[in-house]
Write a protein that binds this ligand. Structure first.
Ligand code: SAM
Length: 446
């Protein structure tokens, strides 16, 4: 027993000294300013941000702090900002508070999250009127159908068939709304229809007995379950209020694509700042967490499309299995081999090893793409969290912030600073590397 413990502590020490070697020479500091900025704490009361709660988003205040800390608040023209993992569109929406108005280009691979980010950003630019009256018309038409025995085709995802999860009357109402919106989409006025599609999708969780809980949806019988039509109309009203009161300008676009390659971003654009939070290597599979919304809206309609969508994401969870070319593994071997050496044999060992290797390869690809997109002297700010995998006391700490800096170096960037936003407490794990940080990286003039 003692001998095992000693071997374990030797492995932990070896891993921590590996991380210390990789981050050697990079300034790091406890940055309390960032503690509240790496989570979406206050977003639920902020216009536009409040349209949908994304637990993995960062705060609406992060961008302003980063712009100040990088000295970019002195730039007197509108900044050009890039977010390759746009998620709920926090970067694009919060940029509207900066003056002069920056142009924010975002990339997101999840179709539902892309809809969320793009309609928020576009609504700030176009400020459509008449959203509530359109929502009322749609609801009246849907209601006239749900009071008849008409059947609506249900998404093929088994979760929707479970009466415990979804009271079937509420589900019929949601399906009738989506069906009405699909017919309207064929006629035109795409932005307003898309805003209402978002309002319908954002009503899925409140009308169900399910709750997003970390990596999964859990059964959660609700006493205060919402009524589908009332929830839909409430959300449409909230959107209309925010649009009416919006005086800020906005610029740029949110695109559906792969943030590691960014081929959807026009080639002639070069950016002053790339700010983003990539998926963390913590087993969260965004395709799974936001599946109800995507299936309800018909963005995913069968198992194959679901699997393909998973494969498009950064390797942050073990449900991805992709072949890895041997020569790319050699390039990152010095970074990942000491981590892989600490994985205990067992059922999950191969999946964890593949995930760590795949994650670093994805980061290298990301930074190589950023190298073509960032102007000389530009900045990168990357908010990322480290995690522990395995049994309490013996698990492997995956220091994503150290991996980010190592990948950035491979692509020719110069890591400047790790601002440690907060230390994460995990039972029986006392590692200094269990933390959430903002990594600052620059690109010197060539
Ligand atoms: C931590 S979240 C970003 C949240 C965002 N900063 C916000 O405040 O809403 C990471 C995002 O990366 C997206 N993602 C994962 N793989 C991607 C890829 N290959 N290309 C683009 N986006 C990807 C996920 O769908 C998720 O929305």
């Amino acid at each position: 027993m003692n001998e095992t413990l000693t071997q374990e502590s030797i492995a932990v020490e070896a891993l921590e000294s590996h991380y210390r070697r990789v981050e050697d020479g990079i300034a790091f500091d406890a940055a309390e300013d960032y503690a509240k900025l790496v989570t979406p704490n206050s977003n639920s009361s902020e216009p536009f941000h409040r349209w949908f709660h994304m637990k993995e988003a960062y705060s609406a205040g992060l961008l302003q702090q980063v712009v100040k800390d990088c000295g970019l608040d002195d730039v007197h023209r509108g900044l050009r900002i890039l977010d390759p993992f746009a998620g709920s569109g926090t970067t694009a929406v919060s940029a509207a508070k900066l003056e002069p108005t920056p142009a924010v280009w975002g990339v997101e691979c999840n179709p539902f999250l892309h809809l969320l980010a793009s309609v928020k950003h576009e609504a700030m630019q176009v400020r459509p009127s008449g959203l509530v009256s359109l929502a009322e018309e749609v609801t009246i038409r849907a209601d006239s159908r749900t009071t008849t025995p008409e059947r609506f085709s249900r998404p093929a995802l088994s979760t929707f068939k479970n009466k415990k999860y979804f009271p079937q009357d509420e589900l019929r109402r949601l399906l009738a709304l989506v069906d009405e919106l699909d017919s309207l989409a064929k006629i035109g006025d795409d932005l307003k229809v898309d805003l209402l599609r978002l309002a319908a999708a954002a009503s899925v969780e409140p009308v169900s007995n399910l709750r997003r809980d970390g990596r999964a949806l859990r059964y959660w019988p609700r006493k205060d379950r919402a009524h589908a039509y009332r929830e839909f109309l409430r959300r449409a009203q909230e959107m209309a209020d925010d649009i009416d009161l919006c005086s800020a300008a906005a610029n740029g676009r949110q695109l559906l694509g792969d943030g590691r390659r960014m081929s959807c971003i026009p080639e002639d654009l070069s950016f002053d700042l790339a700010i983003f939070s990539p998926p963390y290597p913590n087993n969260i599979d965004y395709t799974e967490v936001y599946k109800l919304e995507a299936w309800l809206l018909g963005m995913i309609s069968n198992r194959d499309e679901f699997r393909l969508q998973r494969l498009r994401t950064v390797h942050s969870h073990p449900s991805i299995r992709r072949p890895v070319p041997t020569d790319s593994c050699i390039a990152i071997d010095g970074i990942v081999a000491p981590i892989l050496a600490c994985i205990e044999p067992g059922r999950y060992a191969a999946g964890l090893a593949d995930m760590i290797q795949g994650y670093v390869l994805d980061l290298v690809e990301l930074f190589e793409s950023l190298a073509c997109r960032l102007r000389d002297g530009g900045y990168i700010a990357c908010a990322v969290g480290n995690s522990v995998h395995g049994a309490p006391g013996t698990g492997v700490v995956v220091a994503a912030d150290v991996l980010v800096l190592a990948a950035a170096r491979i692509a020719g960037f110069e890591p400047q600073r790790i601002a440690v936003a907060r230390n994460l407490t995990r039972r029986k794990h006392g590692s200094a590397y269990l933390r959430e940080s903002v990594c600052f990286i620059t690109r010197e003039g060539r």
